[in-house]
Ligand binder design. Structure first.
Ligand code: ADP
Ligand code: MG
Length: 327
């Protein structure tokens, strides 16, 4: 069955079930002109939005299945919420879909959306359904909340801070590379690309442990570190060999003949967190959340990132592909 057989309203009927995971916060949900929801007194509201375009952000059957597209379109938004230190509460979404798309594929798309919303107890408050002539476009807006005045910015890095990242970096772009080449195996790299995990719990701990600056890694570590350096008016010095990478990524770099640091610094879509905080606070954080690794320090400076690699120190540009390309 195609979307054109059931129409816009038939489609909404199919997807509107099981969308509320905190119904006590929802006064009016799907089915009216707008949704009405409650917020927590004394907390401030955070809003983010992100779009995924077919054949640009994902290629069905090659880099992703519809389930993954749904999951990731929400994950990237929840990651932005985490990168402010906030708790995600609600999403609304707009789907532009082709009339020839199978209804089963839409159900799969929503299975991914609902799985991640259920996992983080985020309500689906509503959306919009429109037809696209060519390819799907999925836009998700997410809402979250944070104790008044506590939101973590990019601009708070201080001289003497530790620079750190969560878990491992570069897996998503390694996974994309594996998928584009149609290579078998490397399942955890593929999963990192297709169903990334937003680091909401860590974002909350960073608020608690006095983090100074925070960003999520959506455009690559080089770009995100530069954003912190620029916004904070400091210099970040990163030790290339200190950035944690998975054994699968190391294997794939060796097998594909590509430089590991290419995946690490220029890859993107890891949705890990990069942050800076005072060394003692970082030690305390590590006790509560061991999956964080120091990768450098903050110095006085004018918004640059320096990379220590092979005994040399060089400027790491926001997009530094050429810098690491094997010649
Ligand atoms: P309106 O014409 O007033 O904008 P719609 O007919 O587009 O309303 O939508 C009817 C209801 O269905 C609304 O509550 C809307 O939020 C919800 N809805 C529409 N499309 C989607 C979607 N893709 N996902 C979730 N909810 C949707
Ligand atoms: Mg509408």
């Amino acid at each position: 069955m195609k979307i054109s057989d059931v129409g816009e309203f038939g489609l909404i009927d199919i997807i509107k079930e099981n969308t509320l995971y905190h119904p006590e916060n929802v006064v009016i949900g799907i089915g009216d002109d707008g949704a009405v929801y409650r917020t927590t007194p004394g907390w401030q509201q955070v809003t983010v939005i992100d779009t995924m375009v077919q054949d640009s952000h994902f290629i069905i059957g090659k880099t992703a299945y519809w389930y993954d597209v749904g999951f990731k379109s929400v994950a990237s938004n929840l990651s932005d919420i985490a990168a402010m230190g906030a708790v995600p509460t609600q999403v609304v979404l707009s789907t532009a879909l082709t009339p020839s798309m199978d209804v089963d594929d839409v159900v799969e798309l929503y299975r991914g959306i609902k799985d991640i919303c259920r996992a983080y107890e985020v309500n689906i408050l509503g959306g919009d359904t429109v037809m696209s002539r060519e390819g799907a476009v999925i836009t998700v807006a997410a809402f979250g909340e944070i104790e008044a005045g506590k939101a973590l910015r990019r601009s708070g890095a201080k001289e003497g801070d530790v620079v750190a990242v969560s878990h491992t970096v570069g897996d998503s772009s390694g996974g994309l590379d594996v998928l584009l080449q149609g290579h078998d195996g490397y399942e955890s790299l593929k999963k990192a690309h297709q169903c990334p995990v937003p680091r909401i719990e860590l974002g909350r701990l960073l608020v608690q442990y006095g983090c100074h600056s925070l960003n999520d890694i959506s455009d690559g570590l080089a770009s995100e570190a530069n954003e912190i350096a620029k916004a904070s008016g400091v210099e970040l010095v990163i030790d290339g060999s200190a950035v944690p990478t998975s054994s699968e990524l190391q294997e794939w770099a060796a097998e594909s003949g590509k430089h590991l640091l290419n995946f690490v610094f220029n890859g993107g879509e890891d949705y890990e967190l990069v942050f800076t905080m005072a060394p003692d606070d970082f030690k305390a954080l590590q006790q509560a959340y061991p999956d964080v690794t120091p990768i450098g320090t903050v110095r006085a400076g004018d918004g640059r990132v320096l990379l220590q690699h092979d005994g040399k120190e060089s400027v790491l540009l926001p997009k530094g592909w050429d810098h690491f390309e094997r010649r």
